[in-house]
Ligand binder design. Structure first.
Ligand code: NJP
Length: 231
């Protein structure tokens, strides 16, 4: 398959963690457009993908900046969009600053509007596309330290299911992949990552959803560690 004939996968938060693993995983049969704020990490990713025989464009982008998203993604075609960028200040409500609250709402939820709005019209026009959102187990359960993070992830579920019902008849699939604990930089304070999922496990779930035949829509996937640490 030539680079030109490959489907294009746009992945946010591709500089590290789950987004990076997903970019590498999808690069075997997609041209990758990797977006995040860290230019150097994106260049390293693009080089690794090229070494493996794939192709990757790096886009330096703050997904919480609506003008930057509109400008940067204006001419980007995406057959697959993985809305993965996310941030968590996991602390009790009374310890949260307004800045932390706003950052989580802007990156985890509001950015879904900006990024999806930029690429969905092209998918609808082509009657073909797949939008994947990386949620969390916190998308449907509560935990101490999660009033805002969990709130944004719950909001994702409402957004995703409603959007799925709106666009599936137009050839566009919408899926949510909800991971449990994954050993990434997301929560570096967690001391023992040995029992956790690794980023590749979540990337495999994304690839599985993307690879389903046109008649199949996997809307919600939960990926858990099989043997979580007892608390
Ligand atoms: O996190 P991490 P994960 N604009 O910190 C990017 C969910 N999840 O891979 O901009 C653009 O390694 C950041 O890039 P940079 C979680 O909620 C995780 O674990 O260069 N990009 C980096 O690439 C999130 O939705 C766990 O700093 C922005 C990436 O986001 C997703 O999985 C459990 C950005 C974060 O990489 C990926 O998390 C769970 C911005 N403004 C759900 N801000 C888990 N790890 O345990 C951040 O249930 N990024």
């Amino acid at each position: 398959m030539t680079t030109e004939s490959r489907d294009i996968a746009l992945i946010t938060g591709a500089s590290r963690g789950i987004g990076r693993a997903t970019a590498l995983r999808l690069s075997s049969n997609h041209h990758i457009v990797a977006a995040a704020r860290s230019a150097e990490d994106l260049e390293t990713l693009a080089a690794e993908i090229q070494t493996g025989g794939g192709s990757c464009d790096a886009l330096v982008l703050d997904v919480a900046d609506p003008a930057a998203v509109a400008r940067t993604l204006r001419d980007v075609r995406a057959d697959v969009l993985v809305n993965n960028a996310g941030i968590g200040f996991l602390k009790p409500f009374l310890e949260l600053t307004p800045e932390e609250w706003n950052t989580m709402v802007n990156v985890n939820f509001n950015a879904l509007f900006h990024v999806t709005r930029a690429v969905l019209p092209g998918m609808v026009e082509r009657r073909r596309g797949h939008i994947i959102i990386i949620g969390s187990i916190a998308s449907r359960s509560a935990f101490i330290g999660g009033p805002c993070y969990g709130g944004t992830k719950h909001a994702i579920m409402g957004f995703a299911e409603s959007l799925m019902l709106e666009v599936r008849d137009q050839g566009v699939k919408v899926s949510v992949v909800n991971p449990g604990s994954v050993a990434t930089d997301f929560s570096p304070e967690r001391s023992d990552p040995s029992w956790m999922l690794v980023a590749d496990d979540v990337a495999d779930a994304v690839a599985f959803a993307v690879d389903t035949p046109p008649r199949v829509l996997l809307h919600r996937i939960e990926v858990r560690a099989a043997a979580p640490k007892k608390r």
